[in-house]
Design a protein around this ligand. Structure first.
Ligand code: UDX
Length: 463
């Protein structure tokens, strides 16, 4: 089993016959699959047998995990998959899966219970339907929430389902830049980014939070030192035990659960570049941008002199297969200073000494991976939890610069200068290096994440 260096002491010492079984059920999207498989590996090292129930859509590669058992279920996702290029509302697909998976999931769990005892189910928080199935089968259900504690608080406070007038505001309107009164960390313009269908997303979030509160416990991919006040609030609001044993990628890398092949050739290109000189750009596994936004990014990168590595996922630019919308002569203009790839080994890129800054959409995994390597960020949140995480990065932890006007080439050039050349950037780098240290301490024996993992193991063993 591949480990990630930090916690190589995490090796299973339990003979297989004494292990208890846990069932895990990931939501079938990259940013959710990665932390669920990392958690599965962590729990396996703690002596549990692992069975993964998974949808056929975005099925994991079983051969990568010979130490796990797999049970695919028929999710009927093929009935809506053809809508993906045109319907950009993620809540539509997640709510669909919460209906289409009920019967096959229940049948699958019943089959597993017939085979032998199961300690508990751990489901992605967005698979909220699993609470009713677990209750019916008298199986304890724990939840993995793949985003931050701060995001759960924000989701609880924001008026997403209310359909009030603020959701109709545009850039020209007064109030667009104002703080959201119910959750002033966020501005109205940030809230508008969370969902193209706020009511649909709000309903999804309401169901998720409700079923988190009735679960047997919450597992978070975060660490106490990063979100201490938020952990206190969650403990008060949710009234079920919370376990903060992250960041998971420090135990096991995300690369083994990558759905897209990672281009490793860029690592040798990074090797020849000066320390902290490269801007790494990626907007994650699901965000899609317009061709105008894509061109602004390209113009911004063309206007600076720093080397850059840009991940352009096929299908990321609306209406394009891959790079068709690049401005004319872009590649000739940037020459060997820039590299564009379809997907890369992100953790290794962030850990590389040549990487100086991460221009990110602030998906939670990417944000934690950046913190774990001490790389300051330029924030371009696209949807869902990302606007909340981006505000934490820029306004609370002060380890990045948020592009307030979205993808806009002037702002991009200035943000890069602030991070790579200004004193302000140096201060951000100091703060994020300090957090990186705290990550390492939390994972050490007796550190907060290490203790939380032990408490979680005892808790699951008590079921
Ligand atoms: C979205 C949400 O925004 C996130 O917060 C939520 O918890 C899950 O869904 P996503 O767009 O997938 O996430 O981004 P992120 O959470 O950052 O996860 C992306 C993963 O893909 C990371 O683990 C990253 O290392 C990996 N990745 C990214 C690669 O392996 N290669 C790449 O080129 C880019």
């Amino acid at each position: 089993m591949e480990t990630n260096g930090k916690n190589t002491t995490l090796r299973s010492t339990h003979p297989p016959e004494t292990r208890r079984r846990i069932i895990l059920f990931p939501l079938p999207f990259q940013g959710h699959i990665n932390p669920m498989f990392q958690l599965a590996n962590i729990l396996h090292t703690q002596g549990f047998k692992i069975t993964i129930i998974h949808t056929q859509y975005n099925s994991p590669n079983h051969s990568t995990y010979p130490h796990f058992h797999f049970r695919p279920i028929n999710d009927r996702f093929s009935e809506v998959e053809h809508l993906l290029p045109t319907n950009r509302d993620p809540s539509f697909y997640i709510k669909y899966l919460n209906r289409s998976c009920v019967d096959p999931f229940r049948d699958c769990v019943i089959g597993l219970l017939d085979e032998g005892p199961v300690a508990c189910l751990i489901a992605d928080a967005m698979f909220y339907f699993t609470q009713a199935v677990a209750d019916e089968l008298k199986l304890p259900r724990m939840v993995l929430r793949t985003s931050s504690l701060g995001c759960a608080i924000g989701y609880g406070a924001l008026p997403l389902s209310s359909m009030d007038g603020r959701f109709n505001l545009t850039k020209q309107d007064a109030g667009y830049d104002a703080p959201v009164s119910e959750y002033p960390l966020l501005k109205v313009k940030d809230m508008l980014k969370i969902a193209i269908n706020p009511k649909g997303y709000g309903d999804l979030v309401t169901n998720m939070l409700k079923q988190m509160k009735t679960s047997s416990g919450l597992i978070w991919n975060t660490f106490k030192e990063l979100e201490e006040p938020e952990l206190e609030t969650i403990n008060q609001d949710f009234q079920v035990p919370s376990f903060t044993l992250g960041p998971f990628h420090k135990y096991f890398p995300a690369s083994s659960s990558s759905l897209i092949k990672q281009d490793r050739t860029i690592l040798s290109w990074l090797d020849i570049l000066p320390p902290k000189s490269v801007i790494y750009i990626s907007f994650g596994s699901a965000a899609r941008i317009t061709d105008t936004e894509f061109q602004e990014v390209a113009h911004g990168l063309a206007s600076i002199s720093s080397p850059f590595l840009w991940v352009v996922r096929p299908g990321m630019v609306l209406g394009s297969e891959w790079l068709e919308s690049l401005p004319e002569k872009f590649l000739e203009r940037v020459g060997d200073r820039g590299r564009i790839v379809k997907w890369c080994p992100q953790q290794e890129v962030l850990a590389h000494s040549a990487t100086g800054c991460f221009w990110t959409h602030n998906g939670w995994n990417s944000t934690l991976e950046s913190i774990g390597e001490g790389v300051p960020m330029i924030c371009s949140p696209c949807f869902a939890d990302q606007p909340i995480v981006a505000r934490y990065v820029s306004d609370v932890w002060k380890i990045g610069v948020l592009l307030e006007d979205g993808f806009e080439k002037m702002g991009i050039g200035m943000a890069i200068k602030r991070i790579l050349m200004d004193k302000e950037g140096e201060e951000m780098r100091e703060r994020i290096s300090c957090l990186k240290e705290k990550v390492n301490l939390s994972l050490d024996e007796g550190g907060s994440s290490n203790k939380s993992l032990k408490t979680l193991v005892d808790y699951i063993s008590s079921f």
